[in-house]
Design a protein around this ligand. Structure first.
Ligand code: AMP
Ligand code: GLY
Length: 425
């Protein structure tokens, strides 16, 4: 079978690499792909929102399954467009993708179905939002309702900061139209974890637990990014918590959505805050996490394609059990100088081959381009150096040894990925 993966980041590189190893697959295409995906799949020069071009490509090339990486085409209805042409595609439809496309929608669903989440208010009126800040008896997080490329959230420490954040989102339009509606949320204190699962509309198959590192600098300092590194499993999630997330969060969500006529098929990702009052949902995403996918797929022993194909075909995944490597996988993201702010592009990258040659290491590309033998930077997050080891300590040693072999002007990466897991172990 031929598979088409849509997207161009580290997550999509990991998906292409994993899918290319499937018994069922002979060719993987990726639209538009990146400089590293080019080695593991065939890149196709089509954008993620070019539905007409992608549908034509899938039909002409006899694609048996399309897998969507990022949230934007899902929110724009790519699954509905492919399905209406009789093409098999893995991902939630446009209605279901609102769960990520609108934070207000997502919060109201959580409230309606009793899913634990922070206290909140939703506002399209600036003065009403100011009043909420004035009356709040907890610190606030200010969120733009719509998609904002992984940004759109400002965590504040006092009332003045909350007023400033509101001004930035609603008046200065920091996140454009995404901030026409704002969500004000109680700031929760705890440790974060990512819980990613696959759903067929009724049944849910969880992937292993994982943890992202959002802030740009060591010790969780500095502004939030798309994610500077990840590891799996996340020891902060014990077995009881894991089954609680299934029973008290994911099943109530999927059953609740069904009651509203929304059949959830594809990946569901719960961003969690583990507080001393239990697990709370910070957000739902409708796709795999980036960079969580990189360590998750490195650990996944089972073939993922039959599972995706079953969901895309309208079948049941009730009896599926996934097998995992027992050790730990980590991913260290190497970013462009200046990221998450402005950064240069087109800088040559050296040493990837040497890093990749280390046993148990795979360098997944995110913002890269290939020009003949030369790989250059083309984005903020450039590479995800991913490794698998018998435990977190050895996985980290390998990943940092590999990262140490890679060079490009201005590069930076966190030196404390996995520290929380290391302390727990
Ligand atoms: P989100 O896109 O909603 O997951 O938010 C991005 C990041 O902001 C999260 O990973 C958290 O680090 C932080 N965040 C979001 N909501 C809250 C909250 N209610 N309390 C504390 N931190 C939050
Ligand atoms: N790593 C966080 C995300 O994918 O949203």
């Amino acid at each position: 079978m031929k598979v088409l993966v849509i997207g161009s980041g580290g997550r999509e590189h990991a998906l292409c690499w994993k899918i290319a190893g499937s018994q069922l697959v002979d060719t993987v295409f990726c639209a538009p792909g990146n400089g590293g995906i080019d080695f593991d799949a065939n890149c196709v020069d089509l954008g993620v929102s070019d539905f007409a071009g992608l549908i034509k490509f899938a039909k002409t090339n006899d694609i048996g399954l399309t897998v969507v990486g990022p949230e934007v085409p899902l929110s724009e209805g790519i699954v509905d467009a492919f399905a209406s042409e009789g093409l098999k595609i893995f991902g939630p439809d446009k209605k279901a993708a609102q769960l990520e496309g609108s934070k207000a929608f997502s919060k109201d669903i959580m409230k309606e179905f009793g899913i634990p989440t922070a206290e909140y208010g939703i506002f399209n009126n600036y003065n009403a939002a100011r009043d909420y800040i004035g009356n709040a008896c907890f610190d606030l997080v200010v969120k733009a309702d719509g998609l904002a490329a992984g940004k759109g959230v400002i965590v504040t420490c006092d009332r003045d900061e909350a007023f400033r954040a509101l001004d930035e989102v609603m008046l200065d339009k920091l996140y454009g139209d995404a901030g026409d509606i704002v969500i004000m949320e109680e700031k929760l204190i705890g440790e974060e974890a990512s819980f990613i699962a696959i759903c067929d509309g009724d049944n849910i198959v969880p992937l292993a637990s994982s943890q992202d590192h959002k802030p740009v600098f060591d010790n969780d300092d500095g502004p939030n990014t798309g994610g500077m590194g990840a590891y799996s499993p996340a020891p902060v999630m014990d077995d009881k918590m894991f089954s609680d997330v299934m029973d008290k969060i994911l099943y109530p969500l999927v059953r609740g959505l069904k009651k509203k006529g929304i059949i959830y098929k594809g990946v569901i990702y719960a961003g969690l805050m583990i507080t001393d009052k239990g697990v709370h949902v910070l957000e739902f995403n409708v796709r795999m996490g980036d960079p969580e996918t990189q360590p998750l797929l490195m650990r996944l022993k089972s073939d993922i394609v039959p599972l995706m194909l079953e969901v895309a075909s309208g079948g049941s995944i009730r009896d599926v059990k996934l097998e995992w490597e027992p050790g730990t996988a980590v991913c260290v993201v190497m970013a462009s100088g200046g990221y998450p702010g402005d950064y240069k592009k087109g800088l040559p990258i050296h040493g990837i081959e040497k890093a990749d040659a280390i046993d148990g290491v795979k360098v997944f590309h995110a913002g890269t381009k290939r020009q003949g033998d030369l790989i250059t930077t083309s984005g903020g997050r450039v590479l995800g150096v991913t490794s698998l080891g018998p435990d977190i300590k050895s996985a980290l040693e390998k990943a940092y040894k590999a990262a140490g072999l890679i060079r490009f002007e201005g590069m930076h990466y966190r030196k404390d990925i996995g520290k929380k897991a290391l302390i727990r172990e």
